[in-house]
Write a protein that binds this ligand. Structure first.
Ligand code: MN
Length: 249
């Protein structure tokens, strides 16, 4: 099934770029039923195969109870899909370079072409505003709903002291944005270091954000990147399958 295979590729690509480590997940709304989405069972992204992909309703209940452990934070996906009819894929990650921007008042800003979408705005979710237990994990529908509300109509939201959520109208867009959000955060920190305190940095202006595809990022813009990453991820999966067959012989 093509959707499951593409979702597996998305998991592998995010892991290959250090956007997810042993944690983090990516989901895809199903084309057959917009009130359902696909997500892996609770496991490290780099190990996900098509057999590990489960189907959920938008309340984040599994359609078939396989007994597999589920991600505690699956509500992030269901609640964003409820809020955003335009969104078909959601990434949740602990992307290391974006975390400093979630814990300071320094805003992430667009500074190079493939990070132009940051110009559309990246709000920060403060979980303390929605619960007092000290747990920073989004493990209830209530918290998922609050995160979705903070995200609003934006392409991504930072989660203070935790990570980020990144969305797209396609799996490709959500994944590519996740990789470039990480890279852009890293580049911004480097630019700030070189510039020194208060030193000027020339960010993309509104016209450039618009022209570079921030608001109108077309599928064509990202396809070269996506195709390359898919080829690499497929090669990795094939090598694993080959090694597995060899062991079984
Ligand atoms: Mn998390």
């Amino acid at each position: 099934m093509a959707e499951r295979d593409n979702l597996v590729l998305a998991y592998r690509i995010l892991a290959a770029h250090g956007v997810v480590d042993a944690y983090g997940h990516v989901s895809l709304r199903t084309a057959a039923n917009p009130h359902r989405y696909l997500l892996a069972r609770a496991m490290a992204p780099e190990l996900v195969t098509a057999d590990d992909i489960l189907e959920f309703d938008l309340d984040s209940n599994p359609i078939h109870d396989t007994g597999a452990a589920l991600y505690l934070e699956r509500y992030i996906h269901g609640e964003i899909f409820k809020h955003r009819a335009d969104v078909n894929a959601v990434v949740h990650n602990h992307s290391p370079s974006v975390i400093p921007f979630g814990v300071t008042t320094v805003p992430l800003r667009p500074l190079f072409n493939t990070g132009a979408f940051i110009g559309d705005g990246v709000p920060t979710f403060e979980i303390r505003d929605f619960q007092e237990s000290g747990d920073i994990i989004v493990k209830t529908p209530h918290l998922g709903h609050a995160l979705a509300a903070t995200l609003g109509a934006k392409p991504a939201a930072l989660m203070r002291g935790h990570g980020a959520v990144v969305v797209g109208d396609s799996l490709m867009l959500a994944v590519v944005r996740s990789v470039y959000l990480e890279l852009s955060a890293k580049l911004q920190m480097q630019a700030m270091l070189i510039a020194g305190p208060g030193g000027p940095i020339v960010y993309l202006d509104e016209r450039e954000v618009e022209a570079t595809g921030g608001r109108q990022a077309s599928a064509g813009t990202w396809k070269r990147t996506w195709d390359l990453w898919c080829i690499k991820a497929r090669a990795q999966i094939e090598a694993e399958e080959k090694a597995k067959r060899r062991r079984q012989r």
